[in-house]
Design a protein around this ligand. Sequence first.
Ligand code: AMP
Length: 232
Amino acid sequence: MILLLFGPPGCGKGTQASFISDSFHIPAISTGEMFRAECKAGTVLGKTACAILSRGGLVSDDIVNQIVAGRIAQPDCASGFLLDGYPRTVPQAAFLDELLAKRALPKPAVIHLDVPSEVLVARISARRQCPVCGHIYNLLSQPPKTAERCDADGAALTCREDDTEAVIRQRLEAYEKLTGPVIDYYRSGAYFRVDGNRPPQEISREIAALLAPGPPWGESARAADQELAGAR
Ligand code: AMP
């Protein structure tokens, strides 16, 4: 199965990506993580990407497309894969379509984790981090035992600079503007909007039910798996 996971910042995409990867035994590929790893390793690509990432810009379609094409050709993707953070533009979506068609792979299914902006703003602005050990708390869902103090070392918790309400709203607006057309691109296919404003386990259960064998998705999942097996 080939899956694309969409959702705004703070929607719990990382948690659901791990759940899907573990449950369906497919790699969860995050283009953002790939770029961060290249940055850390100091590769030529990493040096270009680092500058772009630090000013919050987008890496060019050509670079991202090539990196994704290389990654999904790896043996661990033979039974399918989940993409997180890609495609982010309509040309990237068109490139992915072409790439899958060339390799006789099925069209992707899309899971869109939808969470109202107001909930995201409240969630993200409740995030706190320990400046000493780096542990992340959330005053709403994972509060420390003592108010605003780290459980491990007692340090006063801090708020990340980009977790202020104004910055969060800016990030959400940028996300909407960018991703809206990409979601529209997929809406007529195997597109599933999932209410992300619920406890993570409940969301995982719904995703599992959507993707498990059984109509309506099951038929297309089986067909997709057969196509994948045939393409190997
Ligand atoms: P993320 O962790 O998905 O928010 O990605 C972190 C950063 O990596 C983004 O802000 C972009 O600079 C870059 N990036 C990740 N995926 C893409 C993509 N599909 N297209 C362009 N840039 C990307």
